[in-house]
Design a protein around this ligand. Structure first.
Ligand SMILES: C[S@@+](CC[C@H](N)C(=O)[O-])C[C@H]1O[C@@H](n2cnc3c(N)ncnc32)[C@H](O)[C@@H]1O
Length: 395
Protein backbone atom coordinates (compact mmCIF):
# COMPACT_ATOMS: atom_id res chain seq x y z
CA UNK A 1 0.00 0.00 0.00
CA UNK A 2 1.48 3.38 -0.95
CA UNK A 3 1.40 6.06 1.72
CA UNK A 4 -1.03 8.10 -0.39
CA UNK A 5 -3.64 5.39 -0.05
CA UNK A 6 -3.99 6.14 3.66
CA UNK A 7 -7.08 8.35 3.77
CA UNK A 8 -5.71 10.61 6.57
CA UNK A 9 -2.63 11.51 4.57
CA UNK A 10 -4.86 12.31 1.61
CA UNK A 11 -7.13 14.63 3.59
CA UNK A 12 -4.44 16.79 5.16
CA UNK A 13 -2.32 16.90 2.03
CA UNK A 14 -5.35 17.72 -0.13
CA UNK A 15 -6.21 20.64 2.17
CA UNK A 16 -2.66 21.98 2.15
CA UNK A 17 -2.38 21.69 -1.63
CA UNK A 18 -5.76 23.26 -2.30
CA UNK A 19 -5.08 26.29 -0.10
CA UNK A 20 -1.56 26.61 -1.41
CA UNK A 21 -3.14 27.05 -4.84
CA UNK A 22 -5.76 29.33 -3.29
CA UNK A 23 -2.98 31.57 -1.97
CA UNK A 24 -1.38 31.90 -5.39
CA UNK A 25 -4.54 32.51 -7.43
CA UNK A 26 -8.17 33.17 -6.54
CA UNK A 27 -10.25 29.98 -6.43
CA UNK A 28 -13.85 31.16 -6.99
CA UNK A 29 -15.40 27.79 -6.09
CA UNK A 30 -14.00 28.08 -2.54
CA UNK A 31 -15.73 31.42 -1.87
CA UNK A 32 -18.97 32.05 -0.04
CA UNK A 33 -20.07 35.66 -0.63
CA UNK A 34 -19.66 37.66 2.61
CA UNK A 35 -19.96 41.38 3.10
CA UNK A 36 -17.65 42.98 5.66
CA UNK A 37 -17.69 46.57 6.90
CA UNK A 38 -16.26 48.39 3.85
CA UNK A 39 -14.49 50.97 6.05
CA UNK A 40 -12.42 48.19 7.64
CA UNK A 41 -11.41 46.89 4.21
CA UNK A 42 -9.86 50.18 3.07
CA UNK A 43 -6.47 49.45 4.66
CA UNK A 44 -6.28 45.89 3.31
CA UNK A 45 -4.44 45.15 0.03
CA UNK A 46 -6.47 43.76 -2.85
CA UNK A 47 -4.60 40.41 -3.10
CA UNK A 48 -5.70 39.68 0.48
CA UNK A 49 -9.29 40.79 0.00
CA UNK A 50 -9.84 38.69 -3.09
CA UNK A 51 -8.43 35.49 -1.53
CA UNK A 52 -11.33 35.27 0.86
CA UNK A 53 -12.32 31.70 1.60
CA UNK A 54 -14.47 32.35 4.65
CA UNK A 55 -18.19 31.74 5.11
CA UNK A 56 -19.33 34.27 7.73
CA UNK A 57 -18.50 37.63 9.26
CA UNK A 58 -17.22 37.21 12.81
CA UNK A 59 -15.77 40.66 13.11
CA UNK A 60 -18.83 42.34 14.76
CA UNK A 61 -18.21 40.02 17.75
CA UNK A 62 -14.69 41.27 18.50
CA UNK A 63 -14.10 43.98 21.15
CA UNK A 64 -11.45 46.71 21.53
CA UNK A 65 -8.38 45.73 23.55
CA UNK A 66 -8.84 41.97 23.15
CA UNK A 67 -6.28 39.31 22.28
CA UNK A 68 -7.82 37.48 19.33
CA UNK A 69 -6.67 34.18 17.83
CA UNK A 70 -7.80 33.35 14.28
CA UNK A 71 -7.66 29.64 13.42
CA UNK A 72 -6.85 28.98 9.75
CA UNK A 73 -6.17 32.63 9.02
CA UNK A 74 -5.52 32.14 5.29
CA UNK A 75 -4.71 35.41 3.51
CA UNK A 76 -5.08 37.28 6.83
CA UNK A 77 -8.16 39.27 5.88
CA UNK A 78 -10.12 38.61 9.07
CA UNK A 79 -6.97 39.25 11.16
CA UNK A 80 -6.45 42.62 9.47
CA UNK A 81 -10.07 43.59 10.14
CA UNK A 82 -9.79 42.37 13.75
CA UNK A 83 -6.56 44.32 14.17
CA UNK A 84 -8.44 47.59 13.56
CA UNK A 85 -11.25 46.63 15.97
CA UNK A 86 -9.02 45.56 18.88
CA UNK A 87 -6.89 48.68 18.28
CA UNK A 88 -3.30 49.33 19.38
CA UNK A 89 -4.00 47.97 22.88
CA UNK A 90 -5.16 44.63 21.46
CA UNK A 91 -3.36 41.85 19.66
CA UNK A 92 -4.24 39.45 16.85
CA UNK A 93 -2.59 36.11 16.10
CA UNK A 94 -3.36 34.20 12.90
CA UNK A 95 -2.54 30.49 12.69
CA UNK A 96 -2.29 28.50 9.50
CA UNK A 97 -0.49 25.35 8.36
CA UNK A 98 -0.07 26.29 4.68
CA UNK A 99 3.21 28.05 3.82
CA UNK A 100 1.85 29.96 0.84
CA UNK A 101 -1.04 31.34 2.89
CA UNK A 102 1.36 32.40 5.65
CA UNK A 103 3.64 34.07 3.10
CA UNK A 104 0.70 35.98 1.58
CA UNK A 105 -0.51 37.19 5.00
CA UNK A 106 2.98 38.02 6.27
CA UNK A 107 4.03 40.07 3.26
CA UNK A 108 0.88 42.19 3.62
CA UNK A 109 1.08 42.73 7.40
CA UNK A 110 3.59 45.65 7.21
CA UNK A 111 1.46 47.36 4.52
CA UNK A 112 -1.65 47.18 6.73
CA UNK A 113 0.36 48.34 9.76
CA UNK A 114 1.61 51.38 7.84
CA UNK A 115 -1.92 52.29 6.75
CA UNK A 116 -3.55 51.93 10.20
CA UNK A 117 -0.60 53.35 12.13
CA UNK A 118 0.31 50.39 14.37
CA UNK A 119 1.39 46.74 14.12
CA UNK A 120 -0.53 44.28 16.28
CA UNK A 121 -0.90 41.20 14.04
CA UNK A 122 1.37 38.19 13.72
CA UNK A 123 1.01 34.99 11.69
CA UNK A 124 2.30 31.68 13.03
CA UNK A 125 2.58 28.20 11.59
CA UNK A 126 0.72 25.49 13.50
CA UNK A 127 -1.98 22.89 13.12
CA UNK A 128 -5.07 24.28 14.84
CA UNK A 129 -5.62 20.94 16.58
CA UNK A 130 -2.15 21.21 18.16
CA UNK A 131 -1.55 24.89 18.89
CA UNK A 132 1.14 24.36 21.49
CA UNK A 133 3.51 23.13 18.80
CA UNK A 134 5.40 25.79 16.84
CA UNK A 135 5.85 24.10 13.46
CA UNK A 136 8.54 26.54 12.34
CA UNK A 137 10.68 25.66 15.37
CA UNK A 138 10.12 21.98 14.58
CA UNK A 139 11.12 22.51 10.94
CA UNK A 140 14.24 24.38 12.09
CA UNK A 141 15.22 21.37 14.16
CA UNK A 142 14.53 19.02 11.22
CA UNK A 143 16.92 21.02 9.03
CA UNK A 144 19.76 20.56 11.50
CA UNK A 145 18.76 17.04 12.65
CA UNK A 146 17.21 15.19 9.68
CA UNK A 147 15.31 12.02 10.59
CA UNK A 148 16.85 8.87 9.08
CA UNK A 149 16.18 6.27 11.77
CA UNK A 150 13.62 5.38 14.43
CA UNK A 151 16.04 6.69 17.08
CA UNK A 152 16.18 10.05 15.32
CA UNK A 153 12.39 10.02 15.02
CA UNK A 154 12.10 9.44 18.78
CA UNK A 155 14.49 12.34 19.39
CA UNK A 156 12.39 14.59 17.15
CA UNK A 157 9.23 13.57 19.02
CA UNK A 158 10.91 14.32 22.34
CA UNK A 159 11.94 17.74 21.00
CA UNK A 160 8.32 18.42 19.91
CA UNK A 161 7.01 17.33 23.33
CA UNK A 162 9.51 19.68 24.99
CA UNK A 163 8.41 22.58 22.80
CA UNK A 164 4.75 21.96 23.60
CA UNK A 165 5.45 21.81 27.32
CA UNK A 166 8.05 24.52 27.85
CA UNK A 167 7.56 26.95 24.97
CA UNK A 168 3.96 26.51 23.80
CA UNK A 169 3.21 28.57 20.70
CA UNK A 170 -0.19 29.51 22.17
CA UNK A 171 -0.03 29.17 25.97
CA UNK A 172 -2.95 28.07 28.18
CA UNK A 173 -5.56 30.73 28.99
CA UNK A 174 -3.86 33.42 26.92
CA UNK A 175 -6.64 34.48 24.53
CA UNK A 176 -9.87 36.49 24.94
CA UNK A 177 -11.54 35.41 21.71
CA UNK A 178 -10.85 32.49 19.41
CA UNK A 179 -12.32 33.08 15.97
CA UNK A 180 -12.32 30.90 12.89
CA UNK A 181 -13.85 31.32 9.49
CA UNK A 182 -14.61 28.14 7.55
CA UNK A 183 -11.74 25.98 8.80
CA UNK A 184 -12.89 23.56 11.54
CA UNK A 185 -14.57 21.31 8.95
CA UNK A 186 -11.16 20.81 7.28
CA UNK A 187 -9.64 19.07 10.30
CA UNK A 188 -9.40 15.27 10.15
CA UNK A 189 -12.28 13.50 11.94
CA UNK A 190 -9.99 11.83 14.50
CA UNK A 191 -8.47 15.23 15.41
CA UNK A 192 -11.75 17.08 15.89
CA UNK A 193 -12.11 16.34 19.63
CA UNK A 194 -8.55 17.52 20.18
CA UNK A 195 -9.32 20.66 18.20
CA UNK A 196 -12.18 21.65 20.55
CA UNK A 197 -10.02 20.81 23.58
CA UNK A 198 -7.31 23.11 22.17
CA UNK A 199 -9.76 25.97 21.65
CA UNK A 200 -10.86 25.52 25.27
CA UNK A 201 -7.27 25.33 26.56
CA UNK A 202 -6.06 28.58 25.00
CA UNK A 203 -9.06 30.67 26.09
CA UNK A 204 -8.87 32.51 29.37
CA UNK A 205 -11.80 31.91 31.77
CA UNK A 206 -14.57 34.26 30.61
CA UNK A 207 -13.24 34.12 27.03
CA UNK A 208 -15.27 32.96 24.06
CA UNK A 209 -15.05 31.21 20.72
CA UNK A 210 -16.88 32.71 17.75
CA UNK A 211 -16.83 30.31 14.84
CA UNK A 212 -18.31 30.39 11.35
CA UNK A 213 -18.31 27.09 9.56
CA UNK A 214 -20.06 25.06 6.93
CA UNK A 215 -22.52 22.60 8.49
CA UNK A 216 -24.75 19.94 6.96
CA UNK A 217 -28.39 19.19 7.67
CA UNK A 218 -27.82 15.41 7.39
CA UNK A 219 -24.91 13.05 8.03
CA UNK A 220 -22.40 13.22 5.16
CA UNK A 221 -22.25 9.71 3.63
CA UNK A 222 -18.95 7.81 4.05
CA UNK A 223 -18.10 7.73 0.36
CA UNK A 224 -18.38 11.53 0.15
CA UNK A 225 -16.12 11.82 3.19
CA UNK A 226 -13.43 9.88 1.33
CA UNK A 227 -13.33 12.39 -1.56
CA UNK A 228 -10.27 14.65 -0.95
CA UNK A 229 -11.55 17.27 -3.41
CA UNK A 230 -14.88 17.59 -1.59
CA UNK A 231 -13.00 17.53 1.73
CA UNK A 232 -10.76 20.45 0.87
CA UNK A 233 -13.79 22.22 -0.59
CA UNK A 234 -15.42 22.39 2.90
CA UNK A 235 -18.05 19.74 2.13
CA UNK A 236 -16.98 16.29 3.31
CA UNK A 237 -15.76 17.36 6.76
CA UNK A 238 -18.78 19.53 7.54
CA UNK A 239 -20.29 18.96 10.98
CA UNK A 240 -23.94 18.00 11.14
CA UNK A 241 -25.40 21.21 12.56
CA UNK A 242 -26.68 19.79 15.88
CA UNK A 243 -23.42 17.86 16.44
CA UNK A 244 -21.41 21.04 15.84
CA UNK A 245 -23.07 22.61 18.91
CA UNK A 246 -22.66 19.38 20.85
CA UNK A 247 -18.89 19.47 20.28
CA UNK A 248 -18.68 22.79 22.15
CA UNK A 249 -20.85 21.40 24.94
CA UNK A 250 -18.68 18.30 25.33
CA UNK A 251 -15.50 20.42 25.42
CA UNK A 252 -16.85 22.28 28.49
CA UNK A 253 -18.22 25.49 26.96
CA UNK A 254 -21.44 27.14 28.13
CA UNK A 255 -23.88 29.69 26.68
CA UNK A 256 -23.49 28.13 23.25
CA UNK A 257 -25.67 30.08 20.82
CA UNK A 258 -26.32 30.18 17.10
CA UNK A 259 -25.62 33.77 16.01
CA UNK A 260 -26.62 33.15 12.42
CA UNK A 261 -27.62 30.29 10.17
CA UNK A 262 -28.08 30.89 6.45
CA UNK A 263 -31.62 30.04 5.37
CA UNK A 264 -30.39 29.11 1.90
CA UNK A 265 -27.73 26.40 1.51
CA UNK A 266 -24.36 27.38 0.05
CA UNK A 267 -24.28 24.05 -1.81
CA UNK A 268 -26.44 20.94 -1.98
CA UNK A 269 -24.76 17.60 -2.71
CA UNK A 270 -27.00 14.63 -3.47
CA UNK A 271 -29.79 16.20 -1.42
CA UNK A 272 -27.69 17.10 1.64
CA UNK A 273 -27.64 20.83 2.27
CA UNK A 274 -24.43 22.62 3.28
CA UNK A 275 -24.79 26.09 4.73
CA UNK A 276 -22.90 28.61 6.82
CA UNK A 277 -23.57 28.86 10.54
CA UNK A 278 -21.94 31.14 13.13
CA UNK A 279 -21.79 30.05 16.75
CA UNK A 280 -20.56 31.65 19.97
CA UNK A 281 -19.49 29.56 23.00
CA UNK A 282 -18.12 30.76 26.36
CA UNK A 283 -15.50 29.34 28.70
CA UNK A 284 -15.56 29.77 32.49
CA UNK A 285 -18.15 27.63 34.25
CA UNK A 286 -15.59 25.41 35.95
CA UNK A 287 -14.49 25.98 39.53
CA UNK A 288 -16.01 25.86 43.03
CA UNK A 289 -19.51 27.11 43.96
CA UNK A 290 -19.97 29.53 46.89
CA UNK A 291 -23.22 30.73 48.43
CA UNK A 292 -23.44 34.52 48.57
CA UNK A 293 -27.26 34.44 48.96
CA UNK A 294 -27.89 35.51 45.39
CA UNK A 295 -30.98 34.68 43.35
CA UNK A 296 -32.06 35.02 39.74
CA UNK A 297 -35.53 35.14 38.22
CA UNK A 298 -35.96 33.76 34.74
CA UNK A 299 -38.19 36.19 32.81
CA UNK A 300 -39.47 33.83 30.09
CA UNK A 301 -40.85 33.42 27.45
CA UNK A 302 -40.35 29.66 27.97
CA UNK A 303 -41.92 27.98 31.02
CA UNK A 304 -38.47 26.82 32.06
CA UNK A 305 -34.90 26.63 30.77
CA UNK A 306 -31.89 24.45 31.63
CA UNK A 307 -28.35 25.84 31.63
CA UNK A 308 -25.14 23.97 30.74
CA UNK A 309 -24.67 22.92 34.38
CA UNK A 310 -28.12 21.30 34.52
CA UNK A 311 -29.82 24.03 36.59
CA UNK A 312 -33.50 24.14 35.63
CA UNK A 313 -34.81 27.69 35.99
CA UNK A 314 -38.57 28.20 36.03
CA UNK A 315 -40.15 31.35 34.69
CA UNK A 316 -40.83 33.92 37.42
CA UNK A 317 -39.32 31.80 40.24
CA UNK A 318 -36.52 33.10 42.49
CA UNK A 319 -33.87 30.47 41.98
CA UNK A 320 -31.00 30.27 44.44
CA UNK A 321 -27.69 30.29 42.54
CA UNK A 322 -24.05 30.20 43.49
CA UNK A 323 -21.78 33.22 43.05
CA UNK A 324 -20.33 31.76 39.82
CA UNK A 325 -23.72 31.09 38.19
CA UNK A 326 -24.90 34.54 39.29
CA UNK A 327 -21.87 36.09 37.60
CA UNK A 328 -22.37 34.03 34.44
CA UNK A 329 -26.09 34.86 34.19
CA UNK A 330 -25.38 38.56 34.66
CA UNK A 331 -23.42 38.67 31.38
CA UNK A 332 -23.91 37.81 27.71
CA UNK A 333 -25.61 35.76 26.40
CA UNK A 334 -28.00 35.42 29.37
CA UNK A 335 -28.34 38.90 30.86
CA UNK A 336 -31.51 39.98 29.02
CA UNK A 337 -33.40 36.85 30.14
CA UNK A 338 -32.91 37.27 33.90
CA UNK A 339 -33.67 39.61 36.78
CA UNK A 340 -30.73 39.53 39.18
CA UNK A 341 -31.46 39.59 42.91
CA UNK A 342 -28.36 40.25 45.01
CA UNK A 343 -28.59 40.09 48.85
CA UNK A 344 -29.28 43.40 50.61
CA UNK A 345 -26.15 42.85 52.70
CA UNK A 346 -23.25 41.48 50.71
CA UNK A 347 -21.73 38.18 51.89
CA UNK A 348 -17.92 38.43 51.40
CA UNK A 349 -16.63 35.61 49.22
CA UNK A 350 -14.19 34.39 51.87
CA UNK A 351 -17.08 34.03 54.35
CA UNK A 352 -19.47 32.34 51.88
CA UNK A 353 -20.23 28.64 52.53
CA UNK A 354 -20.13 26.10 49.68
CA UNK A 355 -23.26 26.13 47.52
CA UNK A 356 -24.92 22.74 46.76
CA UNK A 357 -24.99 23.27 42.98
CA UNK A 358 -25.48 19.58 42.25
CA UNK A 359 -28.80 19.47 44.16
CA UNK A 360 -30.73 20.85 41.15
CA UNK A 361 -33.10 23.82 41.36
CA UNK A 362 -33.29 25.49 44.77
CA UNK A 363 -35.71 28.27 45.58
CA UNK A 364 -34.39 31.33 47.39
CA UNK A 365 -36.95 32.73 49.87
CA UNK A 366 -37.06 36.57 49.64
CA UNK A 367 -36.08 36.71 53.34
CA UNK A 368 -32.78 35.04 52.45
CA UNK A 369 -31.75 37.90 50.19
CA UNK A 370 -33.38 40.68 52.24
CA UNK A 371 -32.37 39.28 55.65
CA UNK A 372 -34.70 37.70 58.26
CA UNK A 373 -34.98 40.93 60.29
CA UNK A 374 -35.76 43.25 57.40
CA UNK A 375 -38.79 45.37 58.46
CA UNK A 376 -38.53 48.52 56.37
CA UNK A 377 -41.68 50.35 55.18
CA UNK A 378 -41.36 52.95 52.40
CA UNK A 379 -43.59 55.32 50.44
CA UNK A 380 -44.37 54.43 46.83
CA UNK A 381 -41.44 55.32 44.56
CA UNK A 382 -41.96 58.71 42.89
CA UNK A 383 -40.39 57.67 39.60
CA UNK A 384 -43.28 55.30 38.98
CA UNK A 385 -46.25 57.18 40.37
CA UNK A 386 -45.73 60.92 39.91
CA UNK A 387 -48.96 62.32 38.40
CA UNK A 388 -48.37 63.77 34.96
CA UNK A 389 -45.70 61.26 33.98
CA UNK A 390 -48.18 59.67 31.60
CA UNK A 391 -48.52 56.72 33.91
CA UNK A 392 -50.56 58.26 36.73
CA UNK A 393 -53.06 55.43 37.13
CA UNK A 394 -50.47 52.94 38.38
CA UNK A 395 -51.17 53.61 42.07
C1 LIG B 1 -11.31 27.81 3.82
S1 LIG B 1 -9.77 28.60 4.13
C2 LIG B 1 -10.28 29.93 5.17
C3 LIG B 1 -9.27 31.02 5.27
C4 LIG B 1 -9.69 32.25 6.05
N1 LIG B 1 -10.18 31.91 7.36
C5 LIG B 1 -10.69 33.11 5.32
O1 LIG B 1 -11.71 33.47 5.92
O2 LIG B 1 -10.45 33.44 4.16
C6 LIG B 1 -8.99 27.45 5.22
C7 LIG B 1 -7.61 27.86 5.73
O3 LIG B 1 -7.32 27.05 6.87
C8 LIG B 1 -6.04 26.47 6.75
N2 LIG B 1 -6.11 25.15 7.44
C9 LIG B 1 -6.88 24.11 7.12
N3 LIG B 1 -6.73 23.11 8.01
C10 LIG B 1 -5.85 23.56 8.93
C11 LIG B 1 -5.26 22.99 10.10
N4 LIG B 1 -5.60 21.76 10.51
N5 LIG B 1 -4.39 23.72 10.82
C12 LIG B 1 -4.04 24.97 10.40
N6 LIG B 1 -4.55 25.56 9.30
C13 LIG B 1 -5.45 24.87 8.56
C14 LIG B 1 -5.79 26.40 5.27
O4 LIG B 1 -4.41 26.41 4.99
C15 LIG B 1 -6.49 27.66 4.75
O5 LIG B 1 -5.64 28.77 4.75
Amino acid sequence: MSELSYPNVNVEEAVRQRYSEGAQAVQPELCCPISYDPKLLEAIPQEVIERDYGCGDLTPHIRPGETVLDLGSGSGKVCFIASQIVGPEGRVIGIDMTDDMLALARRNAPKVARRIGYANVEFRKAAIQDMALDLERLEGRLRTHPVRSTEELAALEAFAAGLRKHEPLIPDESVDAVISNCVLNLVRPEDKKKLFAEIFRVLRPGGRAVISDIVSDEDVPEYLQRDPQLWSGCISGAFREDLFLQEFEQAGFYGISVLSRDAEPWRTVEGTEFRSMTVVAYKGKEGPCWDQKQAVIYCGPFRQVEDDDGHVLRRGVRAAVCEKTFRILSRDPYRSHFELVPPRVEVPLDEAPPFPCSKGALIRHPRETKGQDYHVTTEARATVCTPGNGNGSCC
